[in-house]
Design a protein around this ligand. Sequence first.
Ligand code: ATP
Ligand code: MG
Length: 407
Amino acid sequence: MIYDHLLVRYGELTLKGANRKMFVNQLRSNTKRALMPLQGYKVKANRDRMYIELEQDADMEEMCNRLKQVFGIYSISPVLKIEKDIATIKAQAIEFARQYKENDTFKIDVKRSDKNFEYDTFQLQREVGGAVLSETDHLSVDVHHPDHVIKIEVRHDAIYIYDRVIEGAGGLPVGTGGKTLLMLSGGIDSPVAGMEVMRRGVTIEAIHFHSPPFTSEKAKDKVIELTRILSEHVGEIKLYIVPFTELQKQIHKVVHERYTMTSTRRMMMRVADKVVHQVGANAIVNGENLGQVASQTLKSMYAINAVTSTPVLRPLLTLDKEEIVHKAKQIGTFDVSIQPFEDCCTIFTPKNPVTEPDYDKVLKYEEGFDFEEMIQSAVDNVETINIDKNYESKKDSETNSLAKDLF
Ligand code: ATP
Ligand code: MG
């Protein structure tokens, strides 16, 4: 079937009254970016829905795959815009129906916003349904649980007819909800946390603490790959790699072994807080989950959180591990996350970390050294990488051309 439009529905956006214009503009630009560099289409975003006009050479299936990733899009339908004429409607409905399997069921669903159209809703259903039944002999009607719904929308400008509704990612358009800094480890949780906030329209930048030579380049590559997967939804994400080795060594010099985990998290948070201010973000996001490991009891969270007044968002706080794993598989980060490269915390993890840190003791141990300068130096030496969905291939080709120069 050659379709001439994609109908894109906004879902939740309709609730946003006065802000709607801003949301629609953002969604339009996110949609255009997701479709680049495909050719052969024109995007028309109205207040309540978007029409993407398709030219003959448009790769519609690829466009649908990309649109499914865009937050703020609720569903997508390939549609035909046809004349407001009963014979044309019938002919098109019959063409859809001919493709259905033997003994499938269908129903005709009519939405009629042009009340002046010569057939009312009921008449249209009966006329078109009757035409389909008499022109095919392998189908029957089921109004409650049909295998196929042929939808006919009678609007003022034309009639739109379709029988496919593709589920979108839902949520809100990224760029409408401010900016956060995601603490991205190589684990299962933090990429899922990032996706959760992006789904609510929030832009993310990511920060990763790297401790060479205790952690390998492979561990860093893993985080790059996770960022690349997240970027598929938004175009580009900035990843800040923080050199964390000196701070970790210093923590181990002055803090009691059982408290090193708590102080490590506190130093990460202090670095993240400075970066938040530097990049103009409004919150920190992490993958913490209540009660999962030693650093994630309420007492630990209290001690770690105390270094900052920036809001710390924990979208996975109350989920079960199985739910997080399920989400990680859905968004495609799970297989990368379970690759066995240590991150900086696994390496320095004490045998018996304190699960209920005494806050006064934390402060007392950290008084053994003035960490401020070292924290500032870590921030000053951050490596920034701009990552989009093609990042790996870009890097490979750079490496290739470098290799050519060398040999
Ligand atoms: P994850 O699967 O995200 O690593 P986790 O359950 O393993 O989470 P922890 O390792 O205790 O939990 O880390 C808690 C949170 O702290 C992580 O979700 C992440 O947001 C942050 N974090 C931990 N290590 C790093 C790191 N090296 N760089 C950046 N953030 C980190
Ligand atoms: Mg971890």
